[in-house]
Design a protein around this ligand. Structure first.
Ligand SMILES: CC(C)(COP(=O)(O)OP(=O)(O)OC[C@H]1O[C@@H](n2cnc3c(N)ncnc32)[C@H](O)[C@@H]1OP(=O)(O)O)[C@@H](O)C(=O)NCCC(=O)NCCS
Length: 393
């Protein structure tokens, strides 16, 4: 697709029947391409396979938020900068301590982000058209990716044990910071690298539902915290980010690959949709799947939990043979996160931590575009009619 495809024109990929606005161009972006050859993904021109093999999440966050890859000195400085942004203010900790253990961690992040936005306002441009300063927006983006792990794990430990953990650690990476706060011990290097690579895979994905939500909110001139709070709300759904949590629940139903195959056959015969398979855009495969599948396989091999992997892989084979349906990123992310000892309700919050870089990059781009997003609807309601007085209804 060339850059001059007009907005509203369809992209030459297969329109998906269960996806509204499938294939419709809703705007321009210089941040990411998805599925232009059916199964490709590029961040600002770089192929996802190269990024996941060679780079680290902080390099990707810098590429998305600050629009270019850092050199070695800039990367070290950026990591030091992010580490200074991990702290939680006393009012924010007080708010997190009010949220009970039964809260879903996605609700905790959504509430924490909203609270930060209420306490840390973003000034509007002098013409009153809302915040426009990209430098401040980039600072807020860095703040959010740095302190979301602190928010989540401070609440987790306080709500489950009453302990107030220290969140400002010296870890160089967000992946190590998250795992140390979660397990309250030195994280295993193979887990740190596995989590780091999964954050790269989740970081950005063009006009997916949560990013489009963030752009719609940004288009009104609203603040960045509001855009991210709305995006977290959209990501929670099982057809979007919540899919990695549901994928684990599906995998955990079965003790053996044979049991899984027999049950899935029955479910497919009932036309059941299996969360973790298929995609709103990709038609051939999800390019992220091969990378996360290798990560999951290596973790299971290292832990001797090959049965869990075998169950996930048997279901993958069945879905392809029966429905030509391929796993999306969420299917084997569920296996990998479980192997790292991440509680299942925290699977989608990891997606939030990663995708915040992409969301914020899109908000900055939408602000530069300066347009409110306001599509039209096809009306299917009753024809115009007179209003009957109350006593005649
Ligand atoms: C994304 C999604 C809505 C696209 O569905 P769609 O528009 O029907 O897609 P397709 O046109 O590619 O579907 C082709 C066929 O496969 C079926 N199919 C699609 N995804 C399926 C799934 N996850 N499980 C079982 N069958 C599925 C469709 O029902 C359709 O069947 P039919 O030919 O008998 O009518 C769908 O794949 C889905 O809901 N997936 C699960 C949600 C998920 O994991 N989301 C995370 C996305 S990253």
């Amino acid at each position: 697709m060339s850059t001059d495809t007009p907005a509203g024109a369809p992209i030459p990929t297969r329109v998906k029947k269960s996806v509204a606005l499938s294939g419709i161009v809703a705007g321009n972006t210089a941040i990411c391409t998805v599925g232009h050859s059916g199964n490709d993904l590029h961040y600002r021109g770089y192929d996802i396979a190269d990024l996941a093999r060679e780079a680290t999440y902080e390099e990707i966050a810098h590429l998305l938020i600050h629009e270019r890859l850092p050199n070695a000195a800039e990367l070290a400085a950026y990591r030091r900068h992010l580490a200074t942004l991990r702290g939680l203010s006393a009012p924010l900790r007080a708010i997190l301590e009010q949220l009970p253990a039964r809260s879903h961690p996605m609700g905790v992040l959504r509430t924490g982000c909203s609270a930060l936005g209420a306490m840390d306002t973003e000034p509007s441009a002098p013409d009153g058209s809302g915040p426009k300063d990209p430098v401040l927006a980039r600072h807020i983006a860095d703040k959010l990716i740095a302190c979301f792990p602190s928010m989540l794990l401070y609440w987790h430990h306080y709500a489950t044990t009453g302990r107030r953990i220290e969140v400002e650690t010296a870890d160089a990476t967000i992946a190590a910071h998250f795992l140390r706060l979660l397990h309250q011990r030195e994280p295993h290097p193979s887990h740190v690298r596995a989590l780091d690579r999964s954050l790269i895979l989740y970081a950005e994905h063009e006009f997916n539902a949560s990013t489009f939500t963030a752009r719609v909110i940004a288009g009104t001139g609203s603040g960045l915290y509001g855009c991210v709070t709305g995006a977290i709300g959209a990501l929670r759904g099982p057809k979007h980010g919540g899919a990695n949590e549901v994928a684990h629940e599906i995998q955990q139903r079965y003790r053996t690959p044979d049991e899984a195959e027999a049950d899935l056959r029955a479910r497919l015969a009932r036309k059941e949709i299996v969360i973790g398979f298929g995609h709103p855009v990709y038609t051939v495969s999800d390019p992220r799947n091969a990378i996360i599948k290798d990560i999951a396989r290596d973790l299971c091999a290292a832990h001797g939990t090959t049965n869990a992997f075998a169950i996930a892989e048997r279901i993958e084979t069945l879905m392809w043979n029966e429905k030509k349906m391929f796993p999306n990123l969420d299917w084997y992310s569920a296996v990998a996160y479980h192997e790292m000892g991440v509680p299942t309700p925290m699977f989608t919050p990891l997606f939030v931590i990663a995708r915040t870089a992409g969301w914020c990059a899109h908000v900055i781009e939408q602000r530069a575009d300066g347009k409110i997003i306001r599509p039209s609807a096809n009306y299917t309601g009753p024809a115009d009619r007179p209003l009957p007085p109350l006593d005649q209804r």
